[in-house]
Design a protein around this ligand. Structure first.
Ligand SMILES: Nc1ncnc2c1ncn2[C@@H]1O[C@H](COP(=O)(O)OP(=O)(O)OP(=O)(O)O)[C@@H](O)[C@H]1O
Ligand SMILES: [Mg+2]
Length: 459
């Protein structure tokens, strides 16, 4: 999942948006606190200004009177006002705080004032006036603490809302991205299923995804034209060459049948005819493989009853194999199993495997043919062809699927090295896998095909 681009982008987007939303919430929380603190400073400053003006205007006695009057019946229970003049303390401060320094300015200190029985944290402003008078205006910070405390649950709730909002945004983003990507992915699936003409529809948008779809369509146009050119030329080469070859073979046969031909010439002509037959076989083999690699055949796929197909193959090859002293053992399920495919091509692929088992399995060997739901991969069926011959060493099990590859040990037996290549192409065309395994002794060829559940109509 970590490798998924959408997942990583989603995670990044989620982390960034959650951090941004949370950052904004925390910033607004701090702003509220800062604003409240500023308000407190303004209240203190306003009182200090008023008393200072009072001193300037009406003298010290009036200011002392003002302090006493304001704290006698306080409008604001958090306000601290004190004036020390001539050793006397006016205002609501019970004791001049020791922690406050000598210089004018702002301090944070613990003070005992009003009806409080315990000292509280307060923000205070200290001012000295002529004649040794000292004014202290302060504010109980309990209000600020109360605001902070009240805001914390709201902050936590807002953080959760931010995370949730970020999650919703991320899911929306992922949904939009994957919906656009899905159109191209779907197109790939159609093409892989053989609909080589399938193209992504133009939905009128002009973004990067539309560009991707357009590139896909252009690429498929190009691939389709290449395939058709290649198929046309393969077909015409095979066709054009087969006719002169057939004519040549006829002429050689006529020469071979001429009376009075000496034995050496007769043998040479027979060899030429054999070579021509082999060339014709190669062309036919290549044409068959080209057909198996033609994805457009998948459009005509139908439900194939694999159990029936193997029974027919066993019937068809049974007599021949009996003749070789080999025999065939069938292991089929009680119920039919189906795959979506081309019955003729599948039979041909399986026939190649049976042919190999007979050719390389050794005289007297028994060939086993079986069919069952696959235990290795869910939703797949498994057909096997096994023999008791020499088998194929592990290091050659992939190479023998290559065109024209034959093992040294097989050079003496007839063959072109095309049989497994065709079988492999047929199986891949059917979205399956051809596995070659050790049958200890011998070779086991396993054909894995996606099962078509019975009753499901191929679309
Ligand atoms: N059942 C088997 N046991 C041992 N070796 C095998 C078996 N099947 C295939 N091989 C090896 O794999 C090679 C390729 O097989 P493939 O069927 O492609 O070609 P071929 O049988 O030689 O020729 P043809 O084109 O006639 O099938 C064979 O030449 C042989 O060496
Ligand atoms: Mg073969």
């Amino acid at each position: 999942m970590l490798k998924s681009f959408s997942f990583r982008i989603g995670l990044l987007f989620f982390a960034l948006s959650a951090a941004l939303l949370m950052g904004l919430r925390i910033f607004s929380y701090q702003q509220t606190i800062v604003t409240e603190e500023q308000e407190i400073r303004q209240i203190i400053q306003a009182h200090e200004d008023e008393i200072e003006h009072g001193i300037d205007r009406d003298g010290q006695r009036y200011a002392t009177y003002l302090v006493d009057a304001l704290t006698g019946q306080p409008d604001d229970k958090h306000l601290i006002l004190a004036m020390k003049s001539g050793g006397k303390l006016h205002g609501n401060l019970k004791q001049w705080p020791a922690a406050i320094g000598k210089a004018d300015g702002w301090y944070e200190a613990k003070v005992l004032f009003g009806r409080r029985t315990r000292a509280v944290d307060a923000l205070v402003l200290l001012r000295h006036f002529k004649g040794g008078h000292r004014l202290l205006v302060g504010y109980d910070l309990a209000r600020l603490e109360a605001t902070k405390k009240a805001l914390v649950p709201a902050l936590i709730r807002d953080v959760w809302i931010s995370v949730f909002a970020a999650l919703l945004l991320t899911l929306l983003l992922l949904f939009l991205i994957s919906r656009r990507l899905e159109t191209v992915n779907e197109a790939y699936r159609h093409v892989m299923a053989g609909e080589i003409d399938f193209r992504v529809k133009d939905d009128g948008s002009r973004d990067e995804f539309a560009q991707l779809s357009q590139n896909f369509n252009d690429m498929m146009d190009w691939v389709a034209s290449l395939i058709s050119t290649l198929q046309d030329s393969t077909n015409s080469i095979a066709h054009d060459l087969r006719t002169p070859l057939a004519r040549m073979r006829l002429r050689l046969q006529q020469m071979e049948q001429q009376p009075g031909l000496d034995a050496a010439r007769h043998a040479a002509l027979a060899e030429c005819i054999e070579d021509i037959d082999q060339l014709t076989d190669i062309f036919n083999g290549i044409l068959r493989i080209a057909k198996a690699e033609d994805l457009s055949i998948a459009r005509e796929f139908d439900a194939v009853d694999l159990r029936r197909m193997l029974e027919d193959l066993a019937d068809y090859y049974g007599a021949y194999l009996e003749g070789e002293g080999q025999g065939i053992a069938l292991d089929l399920p009680a119920h039919p199993l189906y795959a979506l495919g081309d019955r003729h091509l599948l039979s041909q692929g399986m026939a190649n495997l049976i042919g190999n088992a007979s050719k390389y399995g050794g005289a007297g060997g028994r060939i086993s043919l079986s069919l069952k739901p696959s235990a290795r991969q869910k939703g797949m069926v498994e057909m096997t062809v096994s023999d008791k011959g020499p088998g194929i060493p592990a290091e050659f099990r992939e190479r023998v699927k290559e065109r024209f590859f034959r093992m040294d040990a097989s050079r003496n037996s007839p063959g072109l090295g095309l049989g497994l290549n065709l079988a492999d192409a047929v199986v891949r065309l059917h979205r399956g896998k051809l596995l070659l395994e050790d049958n200890a002794p011998g070779l086991r060829c396993v054909v894995l095909l996606p099962e078509l559940p019975h009753g499901v109509k191929p679309s």
